[in-house]
Design a protein around this ligand. Structure first.
Ligand code: C2E
Ligand code: MG
Ligand code: MG
Length: 686
């Protein structure tokens, strides 16, 4: 072990000699010796001893106090004074000089050794402490943290200048009260910060750490992370707590941006599929709690978007998508959600609707808005879309199911030529496998004529007697029993099988009508529903006339029903067809009126004989309700157009009474009779 080097500053040569001898005896090395203050400082600087033994009253311009202080602060070398007097002045002088102690002469070697060892030890401890403090201070400075130190006994907090600066204050603008901190915390975070602090002070959590918002002097909030640790007494009670506060606003904003990007579409900024499904799921939960609180989901797909993309380029395609996104947003209320699912597919959550009519109105609004032309590249174009609508229903438990059904309805709208909407019904959701099987079974059913025709009387409100019968098909399925039209009509339509089926119904119904006419009911007509395929068929009129002559039924004994949406699809074709049928003597009825948005001007031109008010209007007839006036308006309008009116879906006495009070011509519905087989009907009619 190397010997510690001691420097001696003493002007009395005899004392200096005595001290040097004593040091050597004690095992130290005498590094040097000086008499004056100035020389002492110079030599100490050059020699760097471990300790300086110094006479308190040194000669020269620089006295001992001054020299000792300089040596201590500039070179970090401890000084021990040598004095002859043990009085108060000596003590005060030593303190002023930052000396480590005073040795009184005469001294013995043991005493000298003891004092030097203690001084060297204290000095090295102080240095370590200082270094660690400096290290900590440096780290804090580098981290740019604000420091706080809370005296839990006096309930005062020291806030570092940086802490205050972070919040936009000068050092003298913030005091020591805990309120300086707590009252600036965002109201929404107050409770959690307090709870976390208390948990740590009580010793429940190993440390305090929390991210929250705190108000800046300029009124804005910044995000900070505050960490702290309590100091505890031997019983574990916290008496002090200190920590650091760092500004994490930038990180939080980046996180928020990332979170936003994860659930939004980059091109349009709309919510993406993930966010849409999440919102939809929440909406489903809301309706579960209150089943009368309805909403609708729309699936929208642009028509011929691929053509735009392929012919005008992707940039133009993107531009169109952004335009569509903006237009969709403008068609909806803030609480609705418009989302881009991908490609040219959009989904819309219409937050609140009263019924399907509301959803249809939204779809019409969108249709109108999209049709406004846009300049694409340098071509003016109108955009159209196919839309599928699903109304909420307690049956739906997952967002995915709803979206799938809206998609199926959209697909139907697309198959029907696009630029329109379709409301989902059960026949639309059918798996590919089921579809193939159903097609096979339908073909077989056509061959074996597995059909039953049910008839539902249409009753005159003037006479109370049936004036006509609507023919409604049923499929006597060998395994699945009797199937309603919604289970198979659409597939029959899509596959073209509706043509032979339709012909079968026409023939059977005409044969039946002829029988009725021959058995005492010469006025009775039979009403047959015509599907879109049949409607487009060129030979329909020919076929009708052929079947009439084949069955011997007078033309007045047959009526055809065409739904409003079908009639509106190709107005001039409808006009021609109805006129051709009329020329044969066959009257037509406009079916499901109110669901297809005919404009009055068209209605005037159509030579329909009758109009059937859709059952959704009849169902809504309740005392004092708005729909009553809707039905009233339809009746008034029909009357001005000299159309006969049939109300379908009459189920209650109230509905019947109401319709009677409006002098509605005819009614049809479960209240009077459900659709039943002909022989049952014959028994009923007597
Ligand atoms: P639609 O032409 O509007 O037929 C009326 C539907 O309302 C029938 O359903 C009938 O059973 C039902 N209905 C009658 N009274 C009431 C009532 O009081 N309340 C309620 N809720 N419903 C009532 P169905 O037989 O299931 O037929 C459904 C649809 O299938 C028909 O609507 C029609 O569009 C189509 N359809 C039925 N038979 C044929 C057919 O032979 N050929 C074609 N192309 N379509 C058919
Ligand atoms: Mg009908
Ligand atoms: Mg109908």
């Amino acid at each position: 072990m190397s010997k510690e080097k001691i420097f001696i500053a003493e002007h009395d040569p005899s004392i200096a000699r005595e001290v040097a001898a004593a040091l050597e005896r004690a095992g130290y090395l005498v590094a040097g010796q000086a008499e004056h203050g100035e020389t002492t400082v110079q030599m100490v600087e050059a020699l760097r001893p471990d300790l300086v033994l110094m006479e308190m009253r040194l000669r020269g311009r620089m006295n001992g106090v001054e020299a000792a202080r300089k040596i201590h602060t500039d070179f970090d070398i401890p000084v021990l004074f040598i004095s002859t007097q043990a009085d108060t002045l000596t003590m005060q002088t030593a303190m002023l000089a930052r000396a480590y102690g005073v040795l009184f002469t005469p001294f013995d070697t043991r005493e000298l050794k003891f004092h030097i060892a203690m001084t060297l030890y204290k000095h090295s401890m102080e240095r370590k402490l200082r270094e660690s403090e400096e290290r900590y201070a440096l780290a804090v400075r580098a981290a740019n943290d604000g420091i706080w130190d809370w005296n839990l006994k006096t309930n005062e907090i020291y806030y570092s200048p940086r802490w205050k600066e972070m919040l936009g204050y000068r050092d003298d603008e913030i005091g020591t009260s805990p309120e300086e901190w707590f009252r600036r915390i965002h109201p929404d975070d107050q409770e959690q910060v307090q709870a976390n602090l208390v948990a740590h002070i009580k010793g429940i959590s190993p440390q305090f750490q929390y991210e929250y918002r705190i108000q800046h002097a300029n009124g804005s909030y910044l995000w900070v992370l505050t960490r702290g640790l309590a100091v505890r007494d031997s019983k574990g009670a916290a008496y002090r707590m200190a920590g650091a506060q760092s500004d994490i606003t930038a990180r939080k904003l980046a996180e928020e941006q990332l979170a936003h990007d994860a659930v939004h579409d980059a091109l349009t900024g709309l919510p993406n599929r993930v966010l849409f499904l999440d919102r939809l799921q929440n909406r489903i939960e809301r309706t579960r709690r209150n089943p009368n609180d309805l909403f609708a989901v729309m699936f929208l797909d642009l028509d011929r978007f691929k053509v735009v993309n392929d012919s005008l380029g992707h940039a133009v395609g993107d531009e169109l998508l952004v335009t569509v996104a903006n237009r969709l947003k403008r068609c909806l209320r803030p609480e609705d959600t418009v989302s881009r699912l991908g490609g040219d597919e959009f989904a819309i959550l219409v937050d609140t609707v009263r019924d399907v009519t509301d959803a249809r109105q939204v779809a019409d609004r969108i249709k109108g808005r999209l049709m406004t032309t846009t300049l694409l590249g340098n071509v003016e174009r109108a955009t159209t879309a196919s839309m599928g609508i699903v109304l909420s229903n307690p049956r739906y438990t997952s967002a995915g199911e709803l979206l799938r059904d809206a998609d199926a309805a959209m697909y139907r709208a697309k198959a029907l030529g696009g630029n329109q909407h379709q409301v989902f019904d059960d026949s639309m959701h059918i798996s590919a496998v089921d579809l193939i099987r159903l097609e096979g079974e339908l073909k077989r059913a056509v061959e074996r004529e597995e059909w039953l025709i049910y008839y539902q009387p249409i009753i005159s409100l003037t006479t109370g007697k049936p004036v006509g019968m609507e023919a409604l098909i049923r499929w006597q399925h060998p395994q699945r029993g009797l199937l309603a039209p919604k289970e198979f009509i659409q597939v029959a339509e899509d596959t073209g099988l509706i043509l032979p089926i339709g012909e079968y119904i026409l023939r059977t119904a005409c044969r039946q009508a002829r029988l009725w006419r021959e058995t005492g009911r010469p006025y009775l007509w039979v009403s047959v529903n015509i599907s879109p395929r049949q409607f487009q068929e060129k030979i329909l009129v020919e076929q009708v006339s052929q079947i009439l002559s084949e069955t011997g039924l007078p033309a007045a004994g047959l009526r055809l029903e065409i739904t409003e949406s079908l009639a509106m699809r190709d107005v001039s074709h409808t006009m021609k067809l109805i006129n051709d049928l009329k020329a044969l003597g066959v009257e037509s009825t406009l079916d499901d009126f109110g669901t297809g948005y005919s404009s009055l001007s068209y209605l005037k031109q159509f030579p329909f004989r009758a109009l059937k008010i859709d059952r959704s209007f009849i169902r809504d007839i309740q005392p004092g309700q708005n729909t009553q006036s809707l039905v009233t308006a339809i009746l008034a309008m029909a009357r001005s157009l000299r159309l006969e009116v049939i109300a379908e879906g009459v189920e209650t006495d109230e509905q019947l009474t109401f319709l009677r009070s409006l002098a509605c011509d005819n009614v049809q519905g479960f209240l009077l009779s459900p659709p039943i087989p002909a022989d049952e009907l014959n028994r009923l009619l007597g």
